[in-house]
Design a protein around this ligand. Structure first.
Ligand code: 5GP
Length: 198
């Protein structure tokens, strides 16, 4: 059965944006404010000390990840910087069927898969205020060498081009101020939940 065959009363909200744009902070505030179920992704990447402050993952060995993939346990998955990331179908679909709104924080390749499977998803791309601000945030994260910062910077620009070029996103929100960005995304969610409402 295709995921789109499932008529679910809950709304699927997908947040995408380049590394260093502040997605995790926005997701956390948004999930709290709008009572969204936050989905924990699986990844093959190793845990880093920064993970305590960022996005929460289920860390898996590659064998375990691929076993889940073969068993059809992922709604979408992608390879990012030579590591694999995937959204579990459960509990995502269970929440949606139960009428809960769900938030996914994923990369652009995964978002395009979701768009095909779940056309009614609200997909939002978070943009950095400008390129210099993005570069500065990548540096401030302090977990990379200059070479890898430049690699991530090029990757971030590629993601922005893909997001713009695909036209798969409902909106692009600039994160020049976290609270304003959260407020703007909340407004889009409210609009999605009650079109024509105020
Ligand atoms: P990081 O390793 O820095 O936490 O994440 C790297 C990238 O992988 C980010 O763009 C993040 O949004 C993305 N990502 C995290 N979880 C998932 C997932 O479940 N699916 C996909 N497609 N991307 C993910």
């Amino acid at each position: 059965m295709m995921v789109s065959d499932v008529k679910s009363p809950g709304h699927l909200i997908v947040l995408v944006g380049p590394a260093g744009v502040g997605k995790s902070t926005i997701s956390r505030k948004l999930a709290e404010k709008m009572h969204l179920k936050y989905i924990v992704s699986a990844t093959t990447r190793k845990r880093t000390p920064k993970d305590a402050e960022g996005k929460i993952y289920e860390f898996l060995e590659p064998e375990a990840f691929f076993k889940k993939l073969e068993n059809g346990e992922f709604l979408e998955y992608a390879s990012v910087w030579d590591e694999y990331y995937g959204t579990p179908k459960h509990p995502t679909l269970d929440y949606l069927r139960a009428g809960e709104d769900v938030l996914l924080e994923i990369d652009v390749q995964g978002a395009l898969q979701v768009r095909f499977q779940y056309p009614d998803a609200l997909m939002i791309f978070v943009m950095p205020p400008d390129e210099q601000a993005l570069l500065q945030r990548l540096r401030e994260r302090g977990r990379d060498t200059e070479e890898s910062i430049q690699k991530r910077f090029r990757g971030a620009k590629r993601e922005i081009w893909m997001a713009k070029g695909s036209r798969a996103f409902d909106d692009m929100i600039f994160n020049d101020d976290i609270n304003r960005a959260v407020e703007e995304i909340s407004r889009l969610i409210r609009q999605k939940k009650s079109p024509g409402g105020i």
